[in-house]
Ligand binder design. Structure first.
Ligand code: SAM
Length: 284
């Protein structure tokens, strides 16, 4: 069952916000999100506690994911790229619009209506949060076209955009993923850059999983947010849907570049970040 069919606000969004908050509170943190813990709330903390025994490096993994994608926002919103639009698909409790704001850059947050309503209520209750930092667009990726909805909110398809799709693709059906990719490739400016993370195929097919992974997949099933999509090679799908410049980076590689450390036992090698565009650009 995906979040689209259970109509509840995403609880995994609260869990990952709690992990971002914990990572941000470390000495010399990899990522810095001053609002994450407050947005996650008690339920987010409890979920992070429930998942962490089966994935001890979960907090580090979240910190790497946040910091790695933050780099892309910095890179593409500053000179010489100067992209004026950042679209965050499946934003959950993402605070980049507040943390990484720059003059002349418009942030859009697209999310499932239930999650977005929950996020907006949490942000409204958070003293000091710049709630107008983003324009909010409610959309179910399984059934709706987010580009049309984005345009109604002021998105300009003729201007280059950076599109982040963080921690979302594993929860979507392949047809919905392909439809979204097609819209980014063909309805947005050709310089648009998409960055998303994904898990290996056997996580989704549950093929010979380790006991720890089995346990966390069962916990996600219990939240109504099952992992249903995984891939060992997203290039064919990105090519099919119109992208011509693709790079993939494993979480081990991302973690190594950010921390200088590697540990096989973290099990980061099956999870990747993909960067894709129709035209060549300086992909980090
Ligand atoms: C694990 S959370 C990630 C949230 C955020 N990107 C982050 O990394 O903190 C998964 C997100 O995917 C969104 N999502 C899942 N299925 C969706 C759908 N069918 N349509 C729109 N959003 C969806 C949820 O609402 C939630 O915000």
């Amino acid at each position: 069952m995906s979040i689209a069919s259970n109509h509840a606000a995403s609880r995994t969004a609260r869990m990952v916000a709690a992990l971002r908050g914990r990572a941000s509170a470390r000495p010399q943190p990899l990522c810095h999100d001053p609002w994450a813990s407050a947005l996650a709330g008690e339920e987010g903390e409890a979920l992070a506690d429930a998942f962490s025994p089966s994935f001890p490096a979960f907090e580090l993994w979240m910190a790497v994911r946040t910091a790695y994608l933050d780099q892309y926002v910095h890179h593409f919103t500053t000179s010489p790229q100067d992209f004026g639009q950042v679209v965050i698909l499946g934003a959950g409790l993402d605070t980049r619009a507040a943390r990484l704001a720059r003059p002349g850059v418009r942030f859009f947050e697209v999310d499932h209506p239930a999650t977005q309503a929950d996020k907006r209520a949490r942000v409204d209750a958070l003293p000091g949060y710049p709630r107008d930092a983003a324009r909010y667009v409610a959309c179910d990726f399984e059934t709706e076209d987010f580009v049309t909805k984005l345009q109604a909110a002021g998105f300009e398809p003729g201007r280059a955009a950076l599109v982040l799709w963080e921690g979302v693709v594993p929860y979507l059906s392949e047809p919905a993923i392909r439809a979204s990719l097609r819209r980014i490739a063909h309805a947005c400016d050709e310089r648009t850059v998409l960055v998303f993370d994904y898990v290996g195929k056997r996580i989704a097919t549950r093929d010979k999983l380790r006991a720890d992974d089995e346990r966390n997949m069962a916990l996600l099933d219990g939240l109504g947010e099952s992992v249903v999509f995984g891939s060992n090679d997203v290039l064919p799908m990105l090519h099919d849907e119109g992208f011509r410049h693709v790079r993939t980076v494993s979480f081990d590689e991302a973690c190594l570049s950010l921390t200088g450390s590697y540990d096989r036992e973290r099990m980061f090698r099956f999870q990747h970040v993909a960067i894709a565009s129709r035209t060549a650009c300086a992909l980090l």
